[in-house]
Design a protein around this ligand. Sequence first.
Ligand SMILES: C[S@@+](CC[C@H](N)C(=O)[O-])C[C@H]1O[C@@H](n2cnc3c(N)ncnc32)[C@H](O)[C@@H]1O
Length: 312
Amino acid sequence: MSHDKNTTNAAKPDHADPKQQQQDRRQHPCPTEPSGRAISGDGESRKGRRRYKRTAEHEARTRERLKAQSKKEWAQFDPTDPNLTRWRLVSTERADHPKDIRCKAVITDPPYGDTKHDWEPKHLEGFTRKWATQWNTCGADFVAVFWSPLRLFDGYPWLAESLTNYGFQQMLVVVYRNNIPACNKLRFRHKYEPILLFRRKGCATPIYPDHNMHIFNVFRATKPQTNFNNDMMRCHPCQKDVGVFRWLVDALTQPGDLVADPFAGSGACGIAAVQLGRRWYGIELVEEYRTTAMGRLFAYGREGYHTDSDKS
Ligand SMILES: C[S@@+](CC[C@H](N)C(=O)[O-])C[C@H]1O[C@@H](n2cnc3c(N)ncnc32)[C@H](O)[C@@H]1O
């Protein structure tokens, strides 16, 4: 039997009954080539496409490639160069002392004792007071800190007393619109996270200077979780939506400004900063997260440097 397309088309009049056409489509949902192979929407053979499969070997190769790439691109980081969108991600022991970093905003999501990961500090108060005191002298106009709703009233004085050059401005809120199951019977489940915003004393930098509109103090975001196939898409246990960081970076800084994040995790803040034409300086303790962040920054950012790559 001939599979000539024209013959097949000729059998179907242009003015065919739409109901009949719908029924035909149900019976033959996928049109076929003369060879009998399925044709996808753009006419390409589905069989011809190679399916992407993630393997440990592939991931290791990707890591090596990224390291080599960052080594090649490594150059002296110049925080005073406003024309380049660059980021730098360092490990904690290689971090320059925050007092040497002059940035426009510190936007960070520090450990706040809600998880059982190794990187959670043993003494949350001492840890929080220490890092906040170190960043107190970085000259940023704003310090925005994600914090735990459970420890809000403990953590607020630790931060406010350590950031002596800053005054508390307001609390912002991220609301998660995911359908998180309400399975905790002892307390209400969290649907939000607070962000404590501090402003340097005497600084009158406007927020959203280029926007002629009112922006509210609540941002709706998704929690990076799973896709529609139930594959886990989260690459860090406490990963935040890049959109939340874009909201903050856009409001608090201008293109070319330097944004710092001392607890970079998967690099969500860096991605937002680089996408919006800011420079970014990130510090992350765990090597695995640094690799993840670096991959994401290379994928979504434009230029980048990673200090740990020149170790090897
Ligand atoms: C809440 S997570 C940040 C998640 C990040 N916002 C994201 O979207 O992926 C806190 C991060 O701080 C890191 N961390 C903990 N102690 C640190 C330290 N002393 N110096 C630098 N990073 C540290 C942890 O490894 C963790 O990745």
